[in-house]
Write a new protein. Sequence first.
Length: 386
Amino acid sequence: MTKRILIVDTDEAFARRLATGLSKLDAVIISTAATLQEASNVLSRDTQDLAFIPVAKDARAVHVLRALQPDIRLILTKPTTQYKAPEAYSGKVQGVLIKPLLEIDLSTVLQAAFAQPVWTELPRAGNHQQHIYTETGPLLDMNVITSILQQANLGQLVHTAVFAKGHNLLTSWGELDESEAATVALQAGRDWEKAPNTVQIQFAPLPPRFDELLLYTHIVTENYLLTLVALPETPLREVRLRVNHLSASLSEALHGQANNQDTQIVIDTGLLGKRKSYAIVWRPVRPLPHSLHIPLRRSLERIAIANACVITHITVQSELIHLVVLCPPDHDSAWAAYLFKNGSEATIQQEFGVDDVRLWENGFYTAESISPLTETELNVFLSPRS
C-alpha cells in the first residue's frame, strides 16, 4: 500500500537524500516543506502517514502537525548522535534518525516508527476529579488509583507505574510524563491484546530516548492492566513483588474495597531492598580527553555488573566523574569509591597501554543519596583547594 510521507527541513540536500532513500524502500508519495507553514499547507490538502521533522529547541513542530492530524507518525531528525533532543519530544515521536546515518539506519527507523503506537491527547472536561465505571459496577475515583500508585514508593529502579484499560491510559505515577506513560500504555496494551497473558515482559525504547526500558505488565482484573517501567538491569524479582502487591491493592479499588489510609506501602524486596545508594564524585589529574569519555563509561558499567552494583546515574565530564550507585549490603561508600575509581583507572591504563599514567587526583567525595549531587555540592567539590 502506497504511503504518504512528508519531509520538513530547510536543508534541501538532506531532503533530497532522504526522498531518494525512501523511494528505494517502498511505494511512497513524498512531499517536502522547508517551513512549518508549508508543512501545514501540505497536511491541509492531504493526510500523511508519517513526517520527518528536524530537532529544535522546542517541540513546536510536533504540536502544529498533530493539531492538523492527531494520528500522524513523526520521526525526529538529528545532526549527530551526540546531539541531545530536548525533553519536550519525549513520548511524542515514533523514531529518531541521525542525518549522517541516513543510508544505514533509514529502513530500520522507518519500520520501527510504523510499529510504534501514536498517542493523541483527548480534551479534558475541566479540573474536576476523574471517574470511570468498572465492569463490576461501582464508580471508581481515579484519584484513589493514583494515590495507590503514589503510596507504592516505587524506588530507584522501578520508577513509573502505568494503569490502563486495554491500551488506554487511565493514570500513572512516577518519572515519565503523561505522553510517555500513554505511549507505554499503548504499547503494552496493544501487545497484550494480540496475545493475552497474565504477565508480559518486554524491553522497549521511548523515542527520542535510545536506552531501552523494562516494561512489566500484569492483568489486575479483566482488561485493566498495570505496567511497571524499570531500568533494564532491574532484577525481575524486584519488579514481580511490586507488581503483585500493587495489583492486589488496585483490584480491591476496582471492586469498591479501596483502603483510603494514607500510609506508605512497604514491599519486601529481599536483598535488593537492603542495599544502600551512594553518590560518588572524583576529579581527574588533568582535564579528561573526550576520547576517553565513552571508554570510561563502559568501564564503570562493567565494574558495576561484575560487583553486583547498579548504577542509576552516571556523568563523565572533563573535570569530574559523578556516579549514583546501589551497592550490595555490608559494603560502605569507601568501598564503592575505591572500587569504581581505582578499577576504572586500571582498566583505562590497560586498554590504552599507559600503565605509568595517573588518571585521578587523590581523594573523592561520597554521600549516602539516591539522587545525584546538586550543582552547589559539586561546585564546592570543584572549588580550588588552598
